[in-house]
Write a new protein. Structure first.
Length: 285
């Protein structure tokens, strides 16, 4: 996990814990990632993320949601802009009874923005932060239920208003590198199930391999191969939850060349075997 400017303890993120916190948003010197789904509410000002190779604008009072395992970096923010961040463990998000296409969209690097900013979320999220910091297990459990319900409503609003959109491309200042990253991520998203390698992807994009990796590291803070692995594991997680397909079928469909390689990488990234992950999510459902 790359360190960013968040005040939250990186150990908390590394463990995959549920967390609510408030801080003053600042520009990050490098990309940041962790295995949560983030729900953000900017209370004032404006903020811009570089997310999945694209610029995503965040307005005050309007919730945004994204999978934080996709490297993201705050590249612009107005002064003294307060931000509330809810870190929802990936397993909790996958267990929510939400629209499957919206869940797939999120896991594939989508950036969801609330269709309307009503002002109500500012009061509610501020209460969540206050109560989380001073409450015991019972009230924290209740808060998690409240937040899960708000996420479900958020997703439903996005689905019903057609808000499943991938965002806009980068501006001229980062145009060349962002164009390369966009081309490569699109190829990964389309061909992750095939036995592709970084040189294969670079060749398909018409980019020299060293240029491809440099662009990825400059924009996302990781290599093309690391992004490919993360994406394959994410799609495997989705299949394990959404289908009853055999685990070996999922492994091969998601581009893993052998069952042993799949088990090794999946457990390293999630802390569980694929079967344990599926069973845990089935019990929550």
């Amino acid at each position: 996990m790359a360190a960013g400017n968040y005040e939250v303890d990186d150990l908390t993120l590394a463990r995959g814990d549920f967390l609510i916190e408030r801080h003053i948003a600042t520009a990050m010197p490098a990309a940041h990632w962790h295995d949560h789904v983030e729900l953000n509410l900017l209370l004032e000002g404006e903020m811009t993320y570089l997310f999945n190779g694209r610029r995503e604008e965040v307005e005050a009072g309007r919730l945004v949601l994204f999978w934080a395992a996709i490297p993201h970096q705050t590249i612009a923010v107005t002064d003294n802009a307060a931000l509330i961040v809810i870190y929802l463990p990936l397993a909790d998000f996958l267990a929510l009874p939400i629209d499957r296409e919206a869940r797939r969209f999120t896991m594939q690097g989508g950036f969801l923005t609330d269709p309307a900013a009503t002002g109500h979320d500012g009061f509610v999220t501020a209460r969540w932060v206050e109560e989380w910091n001073k409450s015991g297990p019972q009230r924290r459990s209740l808060l998690r239920e409240e937040i899960a319900l708000r996420v479900r409503r958020f997703i439903l609003d996005c689905v019903e208003t057609g808000r499943l959109s991938g965002g806009e491309a980068g501006t001229a200042a980062v145009a060349a590198a962002v164009r390369h990253v966009e081309a490569l991520t699109d190829l990964v998203n389309s061909h992750y199930g095939e036995p592709v390698s970084m040189p294969d992807l670079a060749a398909r994009a018409g980019i020299h391999p060293s240029t491809a990796n440099k662009a990825f590291r400059d924009v996302l803070g990781l290599s093309v191969n690391e992004y490919l692995t993360r994406y394959r594991v994410a799609r495997a997680m989705q299949r394990l939850v959404d289908t009853e397909d055999p685990i070996l079928t999922i492994a091969y469909d998601c581009g893993f060349g052998s069952s042993s390689r799949f088990y090794e990488l999946f457990k390293a990234r999630t802390g569980q075997t694929p079967l344990a992950f599926r069973r845990a999510l089935s019990r929550k459902g």
